[in-house]
Design a protein around this ligand. Structure first.
Ligand code: GLY
Length: 257
């Protein structure tokens, strides 16, 4: 990183704050500047290859909820992380309205914040939002109007898994412009609970083609993680394009836990 100047001059100095181990969990929160409402939890798989091998990516797949984000962990985070974050931002005169992504590490010493992002997570949103029972417009209106405290967020008592279909070679070198076949398989009443979320795609006269490293997120719901995982992997077969690549172990360790 430093010798090859991968980050330019910004990489000349590195600050090592801590080394943490544990399970990661992502919690997306609605915020109205004063109140914060966490959504259900998710976990991302960042590495390109099965078994968490290969290069870091924007996320190769997710599952929700995380079984490690227990009620006790949630309670701790609400008391010590989410609301204090909102309060501190207000104190600094930076009231935050929007979506706060809290990246957590569940360490032996308790949950710690790895990162904050002022946006939805990708592909976390693809497993969290399909499970949300509220109308998202009502919630966003409440965020804008500063009355999020009036909203009771609720999520289906089930699970969802998202498997990212990528272009082989991502995150380094990959080809684009490959025709994507089979998207019509997600249409119809019997396909409720199955979603094909477009990421790196483009509409052309020939049809929809690949236009990025992460091409489509295939999400499926199920009564539990095992069922959601089986459904999601079945649905990955409905879509095809040249150089299609995916991980085969999204949610697997959990499934077998
Ligand atoms: N999936 C991680 C992120 O959106 O930052």
């Amino acid at each position: 990183l430093m010798l090859d100047k991968q980050f330019g001059e910004a990489g000349d100095t590195i600050v090592i704050e801590d080394f943490m181990t544990g399970r990661e969990a992502s919690v997306l929160c609605f915020c109205d500047g004063t109140h914060i409402k966490p959504m259900t939890s998710a976990q991302d798989h960042k590495r390109a290859k099965d078994g968490d091998k290969g290069l870091n990516t924007g996320g190769m797949g997710t599952f929700s909820p995380s079984p490690f984000y227990t009620d006790d962990v949630k309670e701790f985070c609400e008391k010590h992380i989410y609301q204090p974050t909102m309060d501190a931002m207000k104190t600094e005169g930076r009231d935050f309205t929007g979506i706060l992504f809290v990246g957590l590490m569940l360490t032996e010493d308790g949950p710690k914040v790895l990162e904050y992002n002022a946006r939805f997570g990708d592909p976390e949103a693809q497993v969290v939002l399909p499970r949300m029972e509220n109308d998202i417009i009502d919630v966003i209106d409440a965020c804008i109007d500063g009355r999020l405290n009036e909203i009771e967020l609720s999520f289906e008592d089930n699970a969802a898994v998202c498997v990212v279909l990528a272009s082989d070679g991502y995150p380094e070198h990959y080809e684009k412009g490959k025709l994507i076949k089979g998207l019509e398989n997600f249409e119809g009443k019997d396909k409720e609970g199955y979603y094909a979320f477009h990421a790196g795609t483009k509409k052309t006269d020939e049809g929809i083609v690949t236009n990025g490293g992460r091409v489509i997120g295939i999400t499926a719901k199920g009564a539990n993680l095992k069922e959601a995982r089986a459904n999601a992997y079945r649905a990955t077969e409905w879509v095809d394009f040249e150089n299609k690549y995916m991980r085969h172990d999204i949610g697997k360790a959990i499934d077998e836990a």
